[in-house]
Design a protein around this ligand. Structure first.
Ligand code: PLP
Length: 467
């Protein structure tokens, strides 16, 4: 599906009344969940006493209450109630070999036995894993490890400012780059600016700006207003929220050109794209050489504390470790960063991803799923639609991300459209499927044709509930 087709379909959805489930169908879904998942409800009740809101995983669905997992394997999640879900959450992205992929787990058990989780200084896995990343990301002449995508994004903008001596950071509206103070800005729905920025003093955003997705003229204008004193443009190569807001095929190239003209750095947030879109992420896909790349998630294949930035030698050099002694360095750190466990996981996971052709297999599954979904949506005369990029499948139903919040006709529907994604998440759980936030599926190499076809059949049943 090309860019224009996606836009047309998004416009149809956001300019029409939202398609909801029949009230009795929704009530029946909730009743079935209550019956089938009593232990999850018990977990939630207990969680509420000690964990704020009873849930802390942003990407899972929470209606009517969150489901608790007992174990995961291959492409399945078994809940505490013993229900086996088809898993398309994939831990929010990091899993491409399948959960608990035995050869990786065995390697990791040996690493734990040998080194324990952490020893605070360098080990062989640190450079081996960095070299493995570099094989697929040749733009990364130097690589530095961090502990989460949020932290790596935060480091990336600090490096850009230190290197260029400029202050402005420009992001693309609707994109997600973690929740650090300065990047909790204009997230999810383009134009929402400070909507999610509670607890952050406004002056933190003095040198942060955003422009509407795909609007290169707005970006040029923003550069001009700032007299080109821009440290970096940071973007998700596929478009905001991993491609939920489709990127124009020319946009990344245009941004690259603008950065080259002005001396601003180009930061590609590859947290989702690396080893999921294609092995070499957004930069391989769009044939672009960013100055800084940000990695997270899949880089440790789900093992904790996994993230990194990489890029041009002269740029990334400003983040060298040790006490700076007055040298102009971007100060960053991390007690658990580059621990042997994370680096070993990165090194071995990349090795297994290569040997198993994992990204290609997961991508094939994603395409089959997205094609299947489009077929059933059409058969049920729904305006809903799906597309995939590599092993990332989007399916737009209420299409929150497509809303233009400056349009007085569209903006008021934001709440009900968001709520519907919760209803859809529940309908998926009812069909024993877990998705990413009711609008995305991540596939892995264990999603066979048979499993994908089963999934499509289940989603067809959900279409029958629509009014
Ligand atoms: C594109 C992107 N960047 C950054 C992050 C933040 O990563 P983390 O959750 O590891 O802090 C995410 C997380 O979903 C992401 O999708």
């Amino acid at each position: 599906m090309n860019y224009e087709e996606k836009l047309e379909k998004i416009n149809t959805i956001v300019n029409s009344p939202m398609r909801e489930f029949k009230p009795d169908a929704l009530m029946a879904i909730v009743a079935r969940i209550e019956k089938k998942h009593p232990k999850s409800k018990g977990v939630y009740e207990r969680m509420k006493n000690i964990i704020p809101g009873g849930v802390e995983h942003n990407l899972a669905f929470n209606f009517p209450y969150p489901i608790a997992s007992k174990r995961v394997y291959d492409c399945f999640m078994e809940t505490v109630d013993g229900v086996q879900l088809l898993d398309y959450l994939m831990c929010g992205g990091p899993i491409i070999l399948g959960h608990n992929y035995t050869p990786l787990i065995e390697k990791m058990i040996n690493v734990i036995k040998d080194t324990g989780p952490c020893h605070g200084i360098t080990c062989d896995y640190e450079y081996l894993a960095a070299e493995a990343i570099q094989r697929y990301f040749p733009s990364c002449e130097l690589i530095r490890w961090y502990q989460s995508g949020t932290e790596a994004d935060m480091a990336a903008i600090r490096v850009a400012r230190t290197y260029t001596k400029n202050k402005w950071i420009i992001k693309i509206g609707g994109s997600y780059h973690g929740w650090s103070d300065q990047l909790t800005y204009d997230m999810h729905v383009p134009g929402t600016k400070l909507v999610e920025s509670h607890g952050i003093p406004k002056n933190v955003f003095k040198f942060v700006d955003s422009v509407y997705p795909n609007d290169i003229e707005a970006l040029r204008k923003s550069f001009k207003e700032k007299k080109n004193k821009v440290a970096a443009v940071i973007l998700e190569p596929l478009g905001g929220e991993s491609g939920a807001i489709p990127v124009h095929p020319q946009f990344n190239k245009d941004v690259e050109e603008l950065c080259r003209e002005t001396g601003a750095l180009l930061i590609f947030d590859e947290v989702v794209c690396a080893f999921r879109l294609v092995k070499g992420g957004g930069q391989e896909y769009f044939n672009i050489k960013p100055d800084i790349s940000v990695f997270g998630k899949i880089i440790g294949h789900g093992f904790p504390s996994a993230a990194a930035i990489g890029g041009r030698r002269d740029v990334i050099s400003v983040v060298a470790g040790g006490i700076a002694g007055g040298a102009k360095k971007a100060y960053t750190g991390g007690t658990l960063a580059a621990n042997p466990l994370t680096c070993a996981a990165a090194y071995h996971a990349i090795d297994f991803i290569e040997k198993e052709n994992a990204v290609e297999r997961a991508g094939k599954a994603a395409k089959r799923l997205s094609d299947g979904l489009n077929k059933v949506f059409q058969e049920h005369d729904l305006p809903w639609f799906s597309y995939n990029h590599g092993a990332i499948v989007h399916f737009h139903t209420s299409c929150v991300f497509g809303l233009d919040i400056t349009d007085p006709k569209q903006a008021p529907s934001l709440k009900e459209r968001k709520e519907f994604m919760g209803h859809l998440g529940a309908a998926l759980i009812d069909q024993e499927i877990i998705s990413v936030a009711g609008s995305r599926f991540y596939t892995c190499m264990k999603h066979t044709d048979e499993i994908i076809d089963q999934t499509v059949e289940k989603i067809e049943k959900i279409c029958e509930y629509v009014e």
